[in-house]
Ligand binder design. Structure first.
Ligand SMILES: *Cc1c(COP(=O)(O)O)cnc(C)c1O
Length: 360
């Protein structure tokens, strides 16, 4: 394990799992109605080590009224119904399972909120100690759930990058396992199941455009990894979706990087109600940029007011309560349609990544 960690840090780039790919669609566990139906594409060797709370296999809504209004087919994958109320459950389920398999007894995570709750729950189930480091400004619900799951909770002034600094220090001191976004390779594998699920649920026809609320980038990179694996396996053919990164005007390092080729040295982030997107220094920024370039994608921001407005609109028209991050994808969609970046005959897919209820 230490070798793995050392490798990841020495290169200052994320470590990625590769497989000898040979599975066919019959290898999907069709009677398992959670993301472990794709266990054949996941890194846990002994099924006894799987720590699952039935994450994944989430619904895709067809947004009829939005569609009528904008004249484009619009789908929404609702990740808010995952255990612990966000799609962080997917990555953490695989990462904790693999940690258990490797004999880890203590995990540390810096988090904007949802990853901490997920780690706390899965570690509780696995019998592994969890330490969660979170910005002090995080909504109380997100703090309280960690305590309920029995985790040690540490509150820090600043955003997730400040939490990350303390986490690295504690990892050094305690020898605990670092569960930071993309500092270990298995959360990415869990997030990648979104890509497999999208393909299977849409009869192996991916949408033209995927709009993703981006923080650390695990979901974006994970989906793209899944698409490439499925291409290699021959499960999908044709053009891959154009991937869109949505961030908030308060914290948009990826938009800077995409538009200007670099993140300005004095880059400052302001807190946003979309806590999951408040990642000022994403470790995997180069990998995200690659996905944007390879997919002919786009990157854009939305404001706090737009996010608020989007939540209201989607709730009142489609009956769906979105997290601020989810609302950001809807607001992004409107801008892309306005610019005609999404054409009349194209299908766009939005993500609701978390549960509105957690942000009160
Ligand atoms: C973490 C999080 C995000 C950002 O996800 P990444 O894959 O890390 O970019 C978006 N929305 C919510 C609700 C989150 O918790």
């Amino acid at each position: 394990m230490h070798q793995l960690q050392g490798y990841a840090t020495c290169c200052q780039q994320p470590l990625v799992t590769r497989y000898h790919l040979s599975a066919n669609k019959q290898d999907i566990a069709h009677n398992v109605y959670n993301m472990w139906r794709y266990a054949t594409m996941l890194p846990v060797l002994n099924p006894d080590n799987i720590v699952s709370l039935n994450e994944g296999w989430t619904p895709i809504h067809s947004l009829q009224k939005i569609q009528q209004r904008f004249g484009r087919q619009v789908l929404l994958k609702d990740e808010s119904v995952n255990p612990t109320g966000s799609f962080k459950a997917r990555g953490i389920s695989v990462a904790v399972s693999k940690a258990k398999e490797l004999g880890v007894t203590h995990c540390i995570i810096p988090t904007a909120g949802n990853a901490g709750g997920a780690l706390s729950a899965y570690c509780a189930k696995a019998g592994i100690k969890a330490t969660v480091i979170m910005p002090r400004i995080t909504p109380v619900t997100l703090q309280e759930e960690c305590r309920m799951y029995g985790a040690e909770l540490i509150l820090v002034d600043g955003l997730i990058n400040a939490c990350g600094k303390l986490a690295r220090q504690m990892v050094e001191e305690t020898g605990a396992f670092d569960m930071s976004t993309l500092k270990e390779p298995y959360r990415l594998e869990g997030k990648k199941t979104i890509g497999y699920e999208l393909a299977e649920q849409l009869q192996w026809q991916l949408p033209d455009v995927i709009i993703y609320p981006t923080g650390g980038g695990t979901g974006l990179i994970g989906m793209w990894k899944a698409f490439r694996e499925m291409q290699q396996l021959g499960w999908i053919t044709g053009k891959l979706p154009r991937m869109v990164v949505i961030q908030t005007q308060n914290c948009a390092p990826m938009i800077q990087l995409f538009e200007q080729g670099k993140i300005a040295p004095g880059f400052q982030a302001i807190p946003t109600m979309a806590y999951g997107l408040a990642v000022p220094e994403p470790f995997a920024k180069d990998m995200m940029l690659e996905v944007l370039h390879h997919s002919d994608g786009a990157a854009l921001t939305v404001t706090e007011d737009e996010i608020e407005n989007g939540m209201q609109e989607m709730a009142a028209t489609e009956g769906l309560l979105l997290s601020p991050e989810g609302s950001a994808t809807y607001e992004g969609l409107k801008k892309l349609i306005e610019k005609d970046w999404i054409h009349q005959d194209e299908t766009a897919l939005l993500f609701n990544t978390g549960a509105w209820y957690k942000y009160r």
